[in-house]
Every structure is written in structure tokens, then in C-alpha cells.
Design a protein around this ligand. Sequence first.
Ligand SMILES: [Zn+2]
Length: 506
Amino acid sequence: MTLARTWSVGLAGVRGAMVEVEVDMAAGIPGVVLVGLPDAVVRQSVDRVRAAVANAGARFPQRRITIGLSPASMPKQGSGFDLALAAAVLAAAEAVPRESVDRLVLLGELGLDGSVRGIRGVLPAVLAAARAGHRQVVVPTANAEEAALVDSVDVLPVGTLPDLVAHLTGRARLVPHVRGALPPESPPPDLGDVVGQAAGRRAIEVAAAGGHHLFLTGPPGAGKTMLAERLPGLLPPLDEDAALEVTAIHSIAGTLPPDAPLVTRPTFEAPHHSATMAALIGGGSGQIRPGALCRAHRGVLFLDEAPEFPRAVLDTLRQPLERGQVTIQRASGSATFPCRAQLVLAANPCPCASAAGDTACTCSALERRRYGSRLSGPLLDRIDLRVDLPPVTRAAWLDGLGAPESTEIVARRVLAARAVAAERLTGTGYTVNSQVPGRLLRERWAVPRASLRLAERALERGALSVRGFDRVLRVAWTLCDLAGRTVPGTDEVAEALGMRLQRVAA
Ligand SMILES: [Zn+2]
């Protein structure tokens, strides 16, 4: 016979799923049995609950206790079930009224002293509780702001197990959390700060407008990182659903700033080339954490000094980037996360990375060629835009001294171009030019032969592959959307071709 039941939430990738916690008690040798696929961390939960209950001044029942977590088929990971387990045991022992926990959702880890600790993944958990029709969710105080992003449930923050017991027995009710005003957003880094580099600025505008992956080469100090950092600022802000989705990923990753829990802008993730596969893609023991690739969902993944990344790591990125999601397999189970990120690669022209240009470079021609070829292959093939940046002094001189355009102005053009593309692509399931398969692009929206002559010649010469030709076409459409034209002309095709034939200096 079930003596008490309450609720918690397990996470499957970025989605939460309700978990029912049931407690049975019987006469017999005192002890606790957990059933329903709990992982090692959940099993340790019993010890934490036992200590916390004792330290909270309640008695842990000296009976034979069976705790069931259902659905049994779903793996339960992490320490977030502690609070629900404690509440169910206390209800079964009649230390708190059973009906007080019957419909309640509880999230939180217990310290041995009875304190309630913050956990990762609170936002997706509370979203799941709301979807399942629950009205009240108890969360650790540390996660209250994040949990309160969900409007349709009462969020009850709790600091200690005794506070929870006082609430459940009606002695001192927990007060629903009211979300504070979101702090003013700090503006993203401005494109106006980039002096010179007209080609680089143009490239990130085009990348933003069409959602194209981008490859920047150039000597150190040419502004590759500066430019990449300014790409998210050119992308439209996340709408409400997207913001919750991205926030949920960062919640599970444990990378949400506590004072500003909602991610409203496309993110920028720049993992170092020494980063492990787990850090880049995702992994970890216990609850699977999304890596930089997933945290860059709907934002930008920047790989500086891309040739320094292990080849295997770069190859692993290709499929997830194409599919927009990645599944991470671990002994404890698997998790699927969305990762529709825009990729920006950057590379120096050679391994010695001399800032002064060719004269100071000590690399042989062979070394330079090898360095460039480290990146060749399937990943590079997915990149529509390739731009070689000149050293900054020469670039600034070439550009003259005109004031560069600000992010605000360029973002407005990007937004308008995206709107035109989305309109044209209505009904295809795609929203930006970079997503459109080459064949669909060629068949559905024919470009006049006359405009394509340069690209066709490059194809004949062998300077462009068939796939490359499609990429030129895609970029030409984005240039055409930015220019407010209805179909790409010779100028757009020529410019797109110029952004394709750039190579790592070899
Ligand atoms: Zn060199």
C-alpha cells in the first residue's frame, strides 16, 4: 500500500519529465529500498535525506521503507530528487500531512545539515511541472528567480528542510516568489569599435543576414576575434520561446548568471582549442551537461585558432551543426540537446603566427600549406563565407578614416534582409538562406544565366565545386536581400564568389 506520494522532475536532454515519488512502509528490518532506475547519485540521496531529516529534528522512520520513482523506464539522474524523497518519507511517517505533498512538486538537493541547495536545470523542470498542470513548485532559494520565469505556477523558495516541514504542517507558510525586474541589459560589443576591416565587417553582416557559417583568416591583431564577438549583436533578439529554450540549456549547463536568469540575446561561446570533447559537445558524469556547442544554440560558436583543435573534435561538430541537435551517450543514459549554432572559425595564416606579415614569418612554404590543410575536409565544406583579413594597419589605411557603422545600423539592415528571405522561403520550412538545400534553391528560384556567368566560369575552371557553386548562390541571395533587390545580379554573384574563393594562405 502506498502511504505517501509526491512529485519531482527528471530531465531528458533539455526537456523535463514528471517523476512520481511513492513511499511504502512495512514492518521488518529497518532499511530503504529504491526502485525505478535511479543512478548512483540518487541512491546516495537516501543517506542525505536520512541525515537531513534527523538534523531537522524529525525522526527518520525505523521501518522497512520502499521508495518508488516512476515512470521506471526513465533514467533518474542527479541530486534534485532529495527534497521530494524527504517530503514523501515524512508524509508516510505522518510527520507532515499526506495531502500537503500529494500534488506538490519539489526540487532541490539536501545538505546533511538540512539546508536546501540549488540545482541545475530548474527552468526546464518547472516548465514541465506547469505543462503537467501542477500549480505549486517548491525550489531552492538559490533558483527562485530562474523558476519564476514560468508565470503559470506558484514558486515557493525554501532554504532548509525545517522550513519545508513548517510549511507543510501549516505552522509557517512559504511565500510565493515574485520575480524582480530584469536588470537592464548591457549592450553587445559594437561594430563601430572595429576600425578598418571593411571586408570583415561586410562578411559578418552577410553572415548575420543569411545565417551563414564564416571562416576568417588573417594575422594576429587583424581583428578576427573582435569581429566574431560582434556577430551575436547583429542577430535578432530571441523571441520568448527561443529565450526559454536557450535559458533551459544554460540552466542545465549551470552557466546562468543568478541575477539575470533569462537569456534574451543570442549567445557567444568561444571554447579554447584545448577544450575536451565533453566541454565542447557535452557529457560529464551523472546529469549530462550540454557543452559549448549546445550553449551556442541560436547563437554563435567561435573557434579561434581553429587549426589547433584536434581534427577528431572538428569532425564531430559537422553532423550536429547540420542536424541542429546532438545526442550525447553516457553510461548513465543519453541526452539530446538542440544546437542550431552559427559557426565562426578563425585561423592565422601559418603556425608561427607572425603579426608582422611575411617578412618575419619563419615558416616554410610546406609548413604553411600543412597548416591550412588541417582544416580541409567536411567541416570546411559547410562554410559559405571565407574572408582573408589584411593586417590592420594596411586595412585601416585602405579604408580611409570614415567612421565605421554602428551595430544598431547594421542590425537594422540584417533584420530587414532576414524578413525578405523568410517571406520568400514561406512554406519551405526554412527561414534563412544558409539552410536551403542547393537543389531547391536552383529549381525554385532561378537566377538569370547572365548573372551567373562568373560563377559558371569558376566551375568550368575547377576553381569551384558543384557544392561550392550552391554556396555561392546562397550567399548571392543574401547579398540580394541586403541590397533590397528581387533577384541576384552580376554584382551579387561576383561578391559572393569573392567570399568563397578565399583560402587559408598556402
Ligand atoms: Zn609563419
